[in-house]
Each structure stands twice: as C-alpha cells, then as structure tokens.
Design a protein around this ligand. Structure first.
Ligand code: ZN
Length: 290
C-alpha cells in the first residue's frame, strides 16, 4: 500500500491507498500558514500506524513543488520536505504539485485514453493544472512548471489586471474564483463570494460581462495550451470550472476557434480525492511496488 498525503492551504488529508482505491482516510486542519517547522512531524503523526503496511509515501502539495523542496507561496518559505519525510517515515517519498497529481489521476483513470497527452485545468480559488505529455508528467526540479494559471492572455480593450505573481493578465488574475469574487464585489458594492455571484447575480448585466471575460480568458488559455502541447483532450475541473455555466460557455467559445485549436473538453472522472489517488498512482509509476 501507499501512504498518500494531500497538503493544502486549509486542509490536509492522508490516506492508505491500494490499487487506486482509498482504504482509510484522515483529515485535519492545515498548518502550512502557521508553522512549517513542524509540518513534517505533523504529517508523520497523522499517518500513525500505517508505516508498516506501506512501501512508499506520495505527497501532493499546493505551491511550487520541486523534487526535493516545497515552496508554499503564501508562506514564502522553502522546505526540504522530501528528506524530512524520508527520514521520519523510513520510506521512499515522491512529491508533486497537487494539480499535477490530479492531472496524473485523470490520465491514469480515463477508461480509453485516445492520446498519451492530456492537460488538466482546475478553476477554483486559483487556476492551476497539470500536463501529461507523451505519457510523462511535465515537471521541473524547482517546481515552477505547468503552473498554467500564470500564462497570460490578451484582452486588448480592457484594463490590465495584476496577478499576485507579478505579471499582468494571468488566467488566474482574470478567471479564478477569487478574481471573479473580487471584481464582482466592486461591481455590486458589497463583498460577495464566487458562489453568490453564480447563484444570485447571473442576470446582472455587468456580472454577465465579467463572466464572459473570465470564460474568454480560459478559452484563450486552452488555445495557448493546445499550441504548446498538441493535446486533443482538456479536462476542466475545480469548483468554478466544473459548473454547468462555465463548461457550457467555454465549449461554445471553443467551437468558434480555428480548427487546429479545437480540443475535446471533458469533466474530471477522478472524484473528490483526485490529488491523493493521483499522487499514489504517480509514486507507483516511479517507485514501483517496492
Ligand atoms: Zn500570475
């Protein structure tokens, strides 16, 4: 069995995984924004009693996840998490970005993959994703790779919006749940969540325009990704990306693109534990069954 751990900004989940099935799962509050010094021991304690049954540990993390170190962006600190966990667990450890893990789950679990290239995009609090190119997960040693939410898109007649990464008009700055909520709040003159925007302001003319711009940004992102990877399939997930409204608008706009940019847009199949299952499947593919 594999111990899979998903380290997010608000929640941490750990599971014992066998053959892509979750045998047991535990969930706790995240300490990523409070105390990184104790993160490794916090994770090891969470998995108490599992070590003897497992042959490896797979860790999916938010932020920049390199082969050895993790940089949790909001914490602005880099941690040698792989070495810390290998020492603590006494098992081999594989780390990857959480959206990359979900991409691997989508690639591995899709019943009849037509192509060995697949791109997963998640539009949620932020915009993230993962790229599987020719059967390999695209990764970089420092972890800044396939962070497709930070690809910028053009919107020539509209004011540029600065992204927290330091560039302008990143897809994340235009189309994430956070971006939609922030822009909608200034339109309706009160703080609204992205969910409220979708549920209560769907007919407000300026909000309609805002959602048009957000979906335009994702469509342009998909066209850029198609030009980069040649993928025929794009999985669109996340709490915002999975909504019917978002999926339908994007599908319609994709059809208007020139033929070479056309992709098949599909919903995720890997479920709520995609990060855990994808991390476990990826560790299995690089470490094997011990
Ligand atoms: Zn950015």
């Amino acid at each position: 069995m594999i111990i899979a751990i998903d380290v997010g900004g608000t929640k941490i989940s750990a599971a014992l995984v066998k053959d892509s099935k979750i045998i047991e799962i535990r969930k706790v509050e995240s300490i990523v924004h409070q105390d990184l010094a104790y993160l490794a021991s916090y994770l090891i304690n969470l998995c108490e009693g599992w070590t003897e049954q497992a042959y490896s540990v797979a860790v999916a993390c938010s932020g920049l996840v390199g082969t050895e170190r993790v940089n949790f962006l909001s914490a602005n600190d880099s941690l040698p998490l792989k070495l810390q966990l290998e020492t603590g667990f006494g098992l081999p450890v594989v780390m990857l970005n959480d959206a990359a893990a979900a991409a691997w789950a989508e690639y591995s679990l899709r019943p009849n993959p037509l192509d060995s290239t697949l791109v997963y995009i998640t539009v949620s609090t932020g915009v993230g994703g993962g790229i599987v190119q020719n059967g390999q997960l695209v990764m970089a040693a420092d972890g800044f790779c396939a962070h497709i939410g930070h690809m910028s898109v053009s919107r020539p007649e509209l004011p540029a919006i600065e992204c927290h990464c330091g560039r302008f008009n990143c897809a994340e700055a235009l189309a994430s749940g956070t971006a939609i909520a922030n822009q909608a709040s200034s339109i309706v003159n009160k703080a609204v969540s992205c969910k409220t925007v979708f549920n209560e302001y769907g007919c407000h003319p300026e909000i309609v325009q805002l959602l048009e711009q957000a979906t335009d940004a994702i469509v342009e992102l998909i066209a850029n990704i198609k030009a980069l990877t040649g993928t025929g399939i794009v999985v669109l997930g996340g709490s915002v990306g999975s909504t019917h409204l978002f999926q339908e608008r994007i599908k319609k706009k994709l059809k208007a693109l020139p033929t070479i940019y056309q992709v098949e847009l599909v919903a995720p199949v890997s479920g709520e534990h995609a990060d855990l299952i994808g991390a476990a499947l990826y560790a299995d593919s690089v470490i094997g069954c011990g």
